[in-house]
Design a protein around this ligand. Structure first.
Ligand SMILES: Nc1nc2c(ncn2[C@@H]2O[C@H](COP(=O)(O)OP(=O)(O)O)[C@@H](O)[C@H]2O)c(=O)[nH]1
Ligand SMILES: [Mg+2]
Length: 249
């Protein structure tokens, strides 16, 4: 089983991208499962095969313990730890070779806390991967790009899993804007130049790139489906080590 965790800041399009990739895989007759770990999701653009909300919802915790929205998500993720074994069993029962896992909207409530990392570890199987979802509209400025790279690196440090950087919402950017993002991803010095970075910042950016905080971005749009084949290819590479057998022509 290959388990793919989607991580990213609120609104970057994790849930939308899961829906798009799920449908795309389904159309190619690939067996795929979707798991929702967001206890605060009010609406999901896909039908999850396994859903944390059947056990815990942030809304219920909010009322019961009189917590605010963020505290209730933190409490819900902490409580989900006790359900981790059961969730894993439910995922295994679905029996799909590829499992797409959605995570809470606010990345910091999941990726920057022990319970989030624990859930990822518990749901992990033979092959595991993180798709870090960046928002193209945010990444079009050098500052937005650099901070996304830092967050992507934080996710790598936290989960210790191979990671693919998906730049989502490319339908909203021009060809020129996408080329600029590509240039920053492949040339750290160009990014540092665009940032007008001081020597220390320059060193940090080099280190982030060296540590794999940027990597080769995969441009996708959950909205119009562009790049889903490339995203699947990038995911497949981690599964097969490059020797693909399932990849569509
Ligand atoms: N234009 C455009 N909008 C998108 C795309 N993907 C997601 N969105 C929108 O971005 C918002 C947040 O998406 P969502 O999947 O809920 O983000 P999440 O919080 O990371 O799960 C929604 O209004 C989506 O319709 C995309 O590829 N293109
Ligand atoms: Mg979501």
């Amino acid at each position: 089983m290959l388990v793919v965790f989607f991580i990213g800041t609120a609104g970057s399009g994790k849930s939308s991208l899961i829906a798009a990739l799920y449908n795309w895989l389904d159309e190619q007759d690939y067996d795929v499962a979707a798991v929702n770990l967001d206890p605060a999701a009010e609406y999901l653009p896909y039908i999850p095969d396994v859903d944390i909300r059947t056990k815990i919802t942030a809304r219920r915790i909010m009322k019961q313990f009189k917590l605010g929205p963020n505290a209730s998500i933190i409490a819900a993720v902490d409580m989900a730890v006790a359900e981790a074994e059961k969730i894993k069993e439910e995922v295994e029962a679905v029996g799909a070779p590829i499992v797409l896992v959605d995570t809470p909207g606010q990345m910091e409530l999941f990726a920057f806390r022990e319970s989030g990392a624990y859930l990822v570890q518990k749901l992990s199987d033979v092959h595991n991967l993180v798709v870090y979802v960046g928002d193209a509209t945010y990444m079009q400025t050098p500052e937005g790009f650099a901070t996304t790279a830092l967050l992507a690196l934080s996710s790598r440090i936290r989960f210790k899993l191979p990671q693919v950087l998906a730049v989502n919402k490319v339908d909203l950017l021009s060809e020129e804007q996408l080329e600029r993002i590509n240039a920053w991803a492949s040339d750290v010095e160009a990014l540092a130049e665009a940032l007008g970075a001081a020597p220390l910042e320059r060193e940090i950016i080099r280190a982030v790139a060296g540590l794999g905080g940027i990597g080769e971005p995969v441009f996708v749009s959950a909205l119009n489906g562009s790049g889903l084949d490339k995203l699947y290819y990038a995911i497949q590479l981690h599964y097969t080590g490059g020797e693909d057998s399932q990849l569509p022509p």
